[in-house]
Design a protein around this ligand. Structure first.
Ligand code: G3P
Length: 221
């Protein structure tokens, strides 16, 4: 399973790149708002992310509401950098725009996917990636992992005529990462806070402390 970083924060992206573990970045309007960025700097900010992540897919979300505007937005955003992936919501407008952009060779990541039919429709429309959300199901006392499992199983049954990958999104915990990996999900897009938790284990900390203690004995011998 590949890891994408789910953030628009440049420092987080730089640090995760230094770890050598991420192969892409996903952003959304909420994540950009968290950086304190404004509309005027949006394209430049996304360009910087694309440059930091040269050769890796960077999902940039359109906030347009009509298919026509999504297509125009997609064409404009695709010019920011060669590694831009246009992120569009699954909806009739989003499917129409995905179909048109995919026909022009512009890759689309369809987001806000919660069900198997949404996933299959997005891929039939030409989406290169789909982003089923896990944590938001858990938020409403439903099982997000179960839904992601169903989507992965359904997608594996078919050939969509183009390369497709499933990005497990709204990943909130190391346990979500484990479960996504066990079901064979292609990619997990993970907030940096969750990625940091995923590196840690109390037995790792305890083991490291005892190694350091014992090494002092060696140094003092
Ligand atoms: O990229 C979209 C998704 O990962 C959002 O996650 O935690 O806001 O549900 P969350």
């Amino acid at each position: 399973m590949q890891f994408f970083l789910d953030t628009a924060n440049l420092d987080e992206i730089r640090e995760a790149l230094n770890w050598g573990v991420i192969t892409g970045v996903t952003t959304n309007p909420t994540l950009y708002a968290k950086t304190g960025g404004n509309l005027a700097h949006f394209d430049d900010h996304m360009r910087t992310i694309c440059e930091l992540c040269e050769g890796m897919p960077v999902s940039v979300e359109s906030t347009a509401t009509t298919a026509q505007d999504m297509i125009a937005d997609g064409r404009r955003l695709a010019h920011i950098a060669p590694n831009v992936v246009i992120k569009l919501p699954v909806s009739p407008e989003g499917l129409t725009a995905t179909h048109a952009l995919a026909a022009e060779g512009i890759p689309v990541n369809m987001t806000l996917i919660f069900t198997v039919p949404q996933a299959l429709l997005a891929l039939r429309a030409g989406a290169r990636y789909i982003s089923p959300f896990v944590g938001r199901f858990d938020d409403i006392a439903e099982d997000g992992v179960e839904q992601l499992t169903s989507i992965c199983a359904a997608v594996q049954n078919y050939d969509f005529g183009h390369k497709v990958e499933i990005i497990g999104a709204s990943i909130r915990t190391p346990q979500h990462i484990t479960q996504a990996a066990l079901m064979g999900c292609d990619i997990a897009t993970v907030p940096f806070s969750t990625l940091k938790k995923a590196v840690q284990h109390p037995l790792t900390d305890r083991g490291l402390a005892s190694f350091m203690e014992d090494w002092k004995k060696v140094e003092q011998a």
